[in-house]
Write a protein that binds this ligand. Structure first.
Ligand code: FHN
Length: 428
């Protein structure tokens, strides 16, 4: 198949999204003190009272979002997304709608104001994450699927809760976030779970999930578009968003919604945990992270890579090391990532193409014995330049009818371009 590049899917009001390709996700809050997992309240069946010890001790004395911004920028990341409120309901800003907020802890300050300022100073786009789930709010209607599976009286509890009041609270806090901090570029809601026919463990009623009606999603989206017309919003309100969000996996190819290709962003952790998990040493290698990034871009997607800062506000050394590994590669090869996307031709096994304009980049995940055969490229490449670096090994300028550079003459006849590579992967 000829290298006829597909039209890259973009978000019409925010083409920057599919240009930038790489962002930093930040999960940070009360759960960071537990240093185990951001679901620690739920997984360890803590009551609001038991969990309050973290509220009473939240004091991130080393918090400096300029350090976060610098780490993101050095890794080649173009936008940052911070959890303003996770499922535990704790607000990282001085919300007028709750006392369960950073300004009422020993921290004593609004944490979003310096965060937004640091990103803008570093030239990074500003993203917020906001959970629609809220295990602290008295009117968050629970169900047996998630919020209070351990409470056998959840149906009774629900009768005392007013979903309309929770919707008003949810919308009110989102309004604060989109009104009080200037231009916000990106909003990640989390998460809806549509009605599921899960049999009640002791038989009887089916549990209902949580979706658009619970959140008032249609009105919420209208308010968001009104307050921040240029913002990009994800797909987790159970109504269409600007991009879809595969989580902790890499899609097999382009992502479709309603039969149409849509922008997508894979959100991934460094070690399987979103929140800071001190004893979890299962970090992905820099090579795996770089391959995830290349793989996503080769399919028209973004990568939102997560860090979980410590309770004191610091990105831990292992995360810094992973980010530095990506940054070193991006310093050499960001031209094959920013503004690049799917090439519309199938790459050989263990290889990926990314295409930016008339330049086709070949990335090898496994080093071939000496030649790599590239079907469908003969006569399409005017010039091929081999590079001495791990993943990106060739930059090819596409120009129909031309053939030059490091190609073996035999490769021309079969429509296959053959590149002769050093026996050893350079630089290792
Ligand atoms: O439950 C959350 C989880 O803690 C984390 O925030 C991820 C990030 O996308 N979202 C939910 C799980 O899908």
């Amino acid at each position: 198949m000829a290298a006829t590049p597909p039209t890259q899917v973009v978000i019409p009001h925010a083409p920057w999204f599919t240009d930038d390709r790489l962002g930093m996700f930040v999960h940070w809050g009360l759960y960071s003190l537990a240093a185990r997992h951001e679901w620690v309240m739920y997984r360890e069946s803590m009551s609001v009272g038991e969990y309050s010890k973290y509220f009473e001790h939240f004091d991130p004395d080393l918090y400096d979002p300029r350090e976060w911004a610098a780490a993101a920028k050095n890794a080649g990341m173009k936008y940052v997304v911070l959890t303003t409120k996770h499922h535990d309901g704790f607000a990282l800003w001085d919300s007028a709608l709750t006392e369960y907020k950073s300004t009422n802890t020993p921290c004593g300050r609004d944490l979003l104001t310096p965060y937004v300022a640091a990103l803008r100073e570093a030239g990074l786009k500003v993203g917020f994450y906001h959970s629609v789930i809220d295990w602290h709010h008295p009117d968050y209607t629970i169900d047996g699927n998630h919020a209070d599976r351990n409470n056998p009286h959840w149906q009774e509890l629900n009768k005392t809760r007013d979903g309309a009041k929770y919707r008003e609270y949810l919308h009110g806090q989102v309004r604060e976030l989109l009104s009080n901090y200037g231009q916000i570029d990106y909003l990640f809601f989390d998460f809806s779970y549509p009605d599921v026919a899960t049999a009640n463990p002791d038989g009887g009623a089916k549990f209902a999930g949580k979706g658009a009606n619970d959140w008032g999603s249609v009105e919420l989206m209208e308010m968001i578009r009104d307050l921040q017309p240029g913002i990009v919003v994800n797909d987790r309100l159970n109504v269409p968003g600007d991009f879809v969000t595969p989580e902790q996996y890499q899609p097999a190819g382009a992502m479709l919604s309603g039969g149409k290709e849509v922008p997508w962003e894979a959100c991934q952790t460094l070690n399987g945990s979103w929140g800071y998990d001190r004893d979890n040493l299962d970090y992905k290698s820099s090579e795996q992270l770089i391959h995830m990034l290349i793989d996503g871009v080769s399919k028209g997607g973004n990568l939102l890579l997560n860090v979980g800062p410590t309770a004191r506000g610091q990105i831990d050394p292992r995360a810094h090391q992973a980010l530095a590994g990506i940054g070193g590669w991006m310093h050499l090869h960001s031209r094959s990532i920013y503004g690049a996307g799917a090439a519309g031709i199938t790459a050989p096994q263990d290889a990926r193409y990314t295409l930016r304009g008339n330049r086709l980049y070949l990335h090898l995940f496994a080093w071939p014995f000496q030649f790599i055969h590239l079907p469908g490229l003969a006569g399409k490449v005017r010039y091929a330049q081999l590079l001495n670096d791990a993943s990106e090994v060739a930059m090819m300028v596409l120009d129909p009818g031309q053939a030059a550079g490091h190609m073996t003459p035999a490769g021309q006849a079969s429509g296959t371009l053959t590149l002769k590579l050093p026996v050893q992967r350079p630089g290792v």
